[in-house]
Design a protein around this ligand. Sequence first.
Ligand SMILES: Cc1ncc(COP(=O)(O)O)c(C=O)c1O
Length: 442
Amino acid sequence: MALDQKSAPNDLSAFWMPFTANRQFKKTPRMFVSADGMFYKTGDGREVLDGTAGLWCCNAGHNQPKIVEAIRQQAGELDYAPAFQMGHPKAFELATRLCDMAPEPFEHAFFTNSGSESVETALKIALAYHRARGEGSRTRLIGRERGYHGVNFGGISVGGIVNNRRHFGTLLAGVDHLPATHLPEKNAFTRGQPEHGAELAEDLERIVALHGAETIAAVIVEPMAGSTGVLLPPKGYLERLREICTKHGILLIFDEVITGFGRLGSSFAAEHFGVMPDLITCAKGLTNGVIPMGAVLATAEIHDAFMQGPEHMIELFHGYTYSGNPIASAAGLATLETYREQGLFERAAELAPYWEEGLHSLRGLPHVIDIRNMGLIGAVELSPIAGAPTKRAFQAFLDCYEKGVLIRTTGDIIAMSPPLIIEKPHIDQLFGTLADVLKTLE
Ligand SMILES: Cc1ncc(COP(=O)(O)O)c(C=O)c1O
């Protein structure tokens, strides 16, 4: 009788929710039942302004007709094709379009299903690349404190958010970390990239001196650290990381799962900052968050290092059942077309100054100790309640939701990253509501 229902269909207990305070949620659930454009709709019919593009992923907003239609059509035409030793046209087309959109040196795309998988894939490509070139001693991976690279073992090993690591054993061996770039005493309330902190990249020289360059495979950083609470790279920092990596033959990986697809007003942060890594990870905005999909972008140099040996042999022993899934590929193609047709990356760049003004108008409100922004990303850091860190920002999240606005919090930092279709009145609503909430917080 396994198929019998044990409980009512709307029982909340079976679903163990990810990154959620399950007990709190299930006492007072917050449910979205539909979405269109800039707004979600709740079960009780309220509209909630999407101030976070879902989870930094719905860059073209919700219910985009082209994406919806592409998925519908693809499901009826070719639902699934084996990903290994077989192909289907849309995966190839999407890889080509994606590389066209990426900065020049990126000529190849390896498909995954999420940001976390893109990170694992990039780390494995980095290790195997060195081995393929006869430098198999390069096995160390360098991440950064406060970095977020998803939740799989490679990603949490190079990541630097303590709660994401401390519960899960010894993680990968041979990992070291750069210091975080956050210097609030010098850089608080900076608009855009902070002036101070480029020298933190020099720590990579210390790590190289400690371990020996010939043991280090790759450095992975988010060009702008999003999930930890929007930490921007100090001016000159990424350039210096690039120089040191090049000098020592270390690959540089930019984790662009958040910064990809227009968030900073250009296709990728690499283009925005004018610093080229060797590998780029992406996901989220690749399909507008609608269907799970990620990718790793590689330069020809990296890709070609694998293309040797007998031609009937598999070159990279890695891949997923759903790598380049037909429906995800169709969604990806429609998403990239939507970005282009609606000029959404340019739109993000145009709106960024208005966004910055609105965000920084919150300075001086109770508890606000820092404000940071770039492109259509903004963060407001609050002083924590003594003895109850995270509680104040979480209360702000709950209050904003009650007032019809979705924000995100991490620790005591409020992060906002709206769909790039946002209009000025929405920006006013978002920051106006947040201002009202901040005035009433404990
Ligand atoms: C920089 C970065 N890398 C990786 C991930 C993980 O992506 P996913 O949740 O799709 O596995 C995220 C998610 O926010 C991210 O911000």
